[in-house]
Design a protein around this ligand. Sequence first.
Ligand SMILES: Cc1ncc(COP(=O)(O)O)c(C=O)c1O
Length: 434
Amino acid sequence: MSSYKLRDKKSIWHPYTQMLNAAEHIPIVRAAGSKLYDENGNSFIDAISSWWTNLHGHAHPYIAKAISEQVAELDHVLFAGFTHPGAIELAERILKLLPENQTKAFYSDNGSTAVEVALKMSIQFWRNKGLRKNRILAFENAYHGDTFGSMSVSGRGAFNRPFNDQLFEVDYIPIPREDREHISLLAMQDLLTKRKEEYACFIFEPLVQGAAGMNMYQGEPLSQLISVCRINNVLTIADEVMTGFGRTGDLFAVDSLSQKPDMICLSKGITGGIMPLGLTTCSENIYEAFLSQDLSKTFFHGHSYTANPIACRAALASLDLLLDPVCTQNRNFINQKHLAFKQTLQDNGTIENVRVTGTILAFELSGEEATGYFNSRRNYIYEYFLDKGILLRPLGNVVYIMPPYSITGPELDEIYSAILKLASSPIAKSNIYS
Ligand SMILES: Cc1ncc(COP(=O)(O)O)c(C=O)c1O
């Protein structure tokens, strides 16, 4: 075992990892473009953008230069009583890109906290208006993060079971899958009729539910749900932590909606995947409900690293790259390659439910065992791709590609070819590992 591996084992407790029997963690010492390099010089194509964060490739020189200039200029300043040019410019630029109804930006430092902020804002919005609305609507199997509020609005399962007694009550409706849109609409209407005036907000991952297994659905039925919420005085929150900044094709998934949400949560790709940052935006009427001589109506929420200047500067540099026409071309290129590969995959008997939204391609390896995160073929699939120099972390038997936008054609082809080999291997055809 290398010295890094030994030292890691001795002192580190890794996320989402059963440490009793975890494989050795691979020490990564360098990254460039779509590739990560280990201590022995082996490379891995990052097919999942480092937990869905990276947009323009690793160690991008333009973002690296911006950060190094920033750190020498202004490293950090508390964000209550003080502000800084980077945070102002970033809020202005992002608000301009979001739907017109988004007028204020509230900073935090990761995806879960961006969601916490939106949930707290919605509940307090109604309190400040003298109304007690305590219930929340969400989609079944949603994933919104790992803090208590974001766990509460996520689907209930193994990830949050130990905390179930501590999570607040949420009512779930199914996502509006194709041909089942009416079920979702009826479920929402039913709940809103039964518990009139009790719902503070409806939170959703627009177009793609990530951790649930890259479940994809269309924008129009979601717009209908948003519209029903609006009629019933329920605030709507689009959790774009994963979908934001071009993943679904448009700059934001909400761009494809005819009805716009009241709040939007952003993180992950916001800095190009280089620094942690969270942002929750809201409409003017939400902001105004907190303006009062009565101090108790203040939004008392903040984090030490809220709007960190280095993170904001990384986000500004990432935005420059995102808005360059080359980036749009790259995203279209990935989308076209995925769509062509989808055709090839569809003819393969061991693969089911191939789907593409923007730069994301996903499918299931068929089999008798239920689809899901704990499907026993997960570890095999993960090791299989690592062995081929590809980092592709499946969600159980759901395999997906969500590459950095800078990925090259040959790199994508290498991933596709490894997928085709997997599809024709014994593991894809049987459940020998279950
Ligand atoms: C839709 C969505 N919301 C929130 C989160 C939580 O983000 P973070 O891991 O930065 O806390 C995630 C993370 O995967 C996510 O996919």
